[in-house]
Design a protein around this ligand. Structure first.
Ligand SMILES: [Zn+2]
Ligand SMILES: [Zn+2]
Length: 254
């Protein structure tokens, strides 16, 4: 698997961290993990093959994770690069993903479901196993964040694995879900002060890392309060494993 961080930040406008999106090449296809509004152009900025994108994972309906879905489909509907495309684009997400897109579509009469290629929306439930495309299996896990929010575990036929929590509060069973992953892509919204229960601070993130024992951890969804803090140094005080700070544009072999 090859991961490209498109957005390591949050909903708060930031000069170097755009909101949540990660590009993954795995099992012979490409998958976008969340699709924030900036992600639509970040894909092009990184020189990624966005016209051939196979699948999108929507973790939950906060706009810093799904705000680019309708704009992306508005783009693929008219872009010269997708005019000749015939292979389907599959959107996976929690129950309600189809309805959300439909409401947005109706609000502006965009006809987003009429694309040059088949557009499929597949809603998944927590605990469900499914196949993203050939060679990439997935399962979903309920996270304590919003009513619909889900984490995803991806297993490549070759043995590589990645768990993406997206936004989540602290919950020990999440560590079990992430057990032994090649990369545990974990949110770490805040350093020490925790304004809400539905995100994690560094101490909780590292507790999850200790319990899950992944090969490596990447910390993402970083609020501006992280600016100027050496994340790796602070993480090393709490867990002995390898911790990577997500940065926009970072590329990593999983
Ligand atoms: Zn978020
Ligand atoms: Zn959220």
């Amino acid at each position: 698997m090859r991961l490209t961080v498109l957005g390591s930040g949050t909903s708060v406008p930031h000069p170097r961290r755009s909101s949540s999106a990660h590009w993954l090449e795995a099992g012979g296809g490409t998958l976008l993990l969340d699709i924030s509004a900036p992600a639509v152009h970040r894909m092009a900025e990184e020189g990624l093959d966005w016209p051939s994108l196979d699948a999108v994972w929507v973790s939950h309906f906060h706009l810093d994770h799904v705000g680019g879905l309708a704009p992306f489909l508005f783009g693929t509907k008219y872009a010269p690069q997708t005019r000749g495309r015939r292979k389907p684009l599959n959107v996976y997400g929690p129950r309600g993903t189809g309805e959300l897109l439909k409401k947005f579509d109706e609000a502006g009469g965009y006809k987003l479901f009429e694309q040059p290629f088949p557009l499929n929306v597949r809603e998944v439930a927590a605990g469900e196993g499914f196949e993203i495309f050939g060679g990439l299996k997935a399962s979903a896990f309920k996270t304590p964040h919003t009513g619909e929010s889900l984490a995803i575990r991806l297993e490549e036929a070759g043995g590589a694995s990645l768990v993406y929590t997206s936004d989540t509060g602290f919950a020990e069973p999440l560590a079990e879900f992430a057990r032994g992953a090649g990369l545990f892509l974990l949110e770490c919204s805040f350093f020490r002060t925790k304004p809400v229960e539905t995100h994690v601070v560094l101490e909780e993130a590292m507790r999850l890392a200790r319990l899950a024992a992944p090969r490596r951890v990447m910390l993402a969804h970083l609020y501006p309060e992280w600016d100027g803090v050496d994340i790796r140094e602070e993480a090393a005080k709490l867990w002995g494993g390898e911790v990577i700070e997500a940065r926009d544009g970072l590329r990593l072999e999983v």
